[in-house]
Design a protein around this ligand. Sequence first.
Ligand SMILES: [Zn+2]
Length: 397
Amino acid sequence: MAHEATVAGGPTKLVIRNIGLLLSGVIENPILDADTVVAVNGRITAIGRYKDLDTDGATSLVDAHGSVMAPGLIDSHVHPVSGDWTPRQNQMNWIDSSLHGGVTTMISAGEVHQPGRPRDIVGLKAHAITAQRTFENFRCSGVKLHAGAPVIEPGMTELDFKELAEAGVKLLGEVGLGGVKDGAGARQMVAWARKYGIQSTIHTGGPSIPGSGLIGADVVLEADTDVIGHINGGHTALPDREIRCICEGCGRGLELVHNGNERSALFTLRTARDMGQLERVILGTDSPAGSGVQPLGIIRMVSMLSSLGDVPAEQAFCFATGNTARMRELDTGLIEVGRAADFVFMDKAQHSAGKDFLESIQLGDLPGIGMTIIDGIIRTGRSRNTPPAEKVPEVIL
Ligand SMILES: [Zn+2]
């Protein structure tokens, strides 16, 4: 609460020093040569060496004690309902638990777990606008949850998308979870959404739960959504040849989720790498899902893809930071001047066989999380959910 009061009371200056390894989120250049980051009023203002930067007048000082700092992780695929409660497992505080897994930003793929979810057009629009407003107005534990993602239904017109956009809706929920399941119909509505600045995603693969359906490569390619939602299935994946067909047949985002088929995720990763297009790979959990809430889902995906997919750990973190930020047009996810000061501090988990942080991830271990910061405000200290880190940052001021 002290930090909140400082924000209300005047300008804030956060100085973070002694960063042992600074991950940028930029897949072309994932490691920065710097040990200090300064943020004023929640935005990054300087990155460099402590001796070279103006660190006077800090209102908050964090000593990273040699730990690793990265942009706060982004979960590209969640299904929120109301505040920090999900009816799917009747669980409280799943968003807070995900923050303890390093996630500072989440993107809704549709508020589809709402009991009694309206499917009539006026109802689904009102529901989406309500979700957008409630998660904008109330951030659970500080996590930035971009919600308000309507699931398209037959009969929607261009005017509906214009109205949604004017009301602040910026996302479509997974195409295919509603009544529009044909490629041509989906393509028209996705194009209308795009015309008004609304991003789209699609449910790829077999049905997730009784009542949802199969979406194959032909429909995915025809619908032409901005993101190929869970291309590794959620849970049931398409055959490899259809996944390859999607990767090669479009330039859209390739989203891999924890609630999917891990072998298919690795197949997609290798296909994207063979094409020289790892910048298209982004990560989600799909939680809450039938497989549960996955508070460590994003770091588990990073570790799985790095270890089994032979991706350097510093690049694998870009799948959950910079790649997603660029694709989703977010002001976070990269360590860059002007970006939101959203950070996660990590280190090698105690007793990992890896010689350092990066090797521990490449060997398949999870990192230990020591702190999270959102908009320049310290949100959590040592994670209650990850294995303990060797090095942990300390709040000096
Ligand atoms: Zn889905």
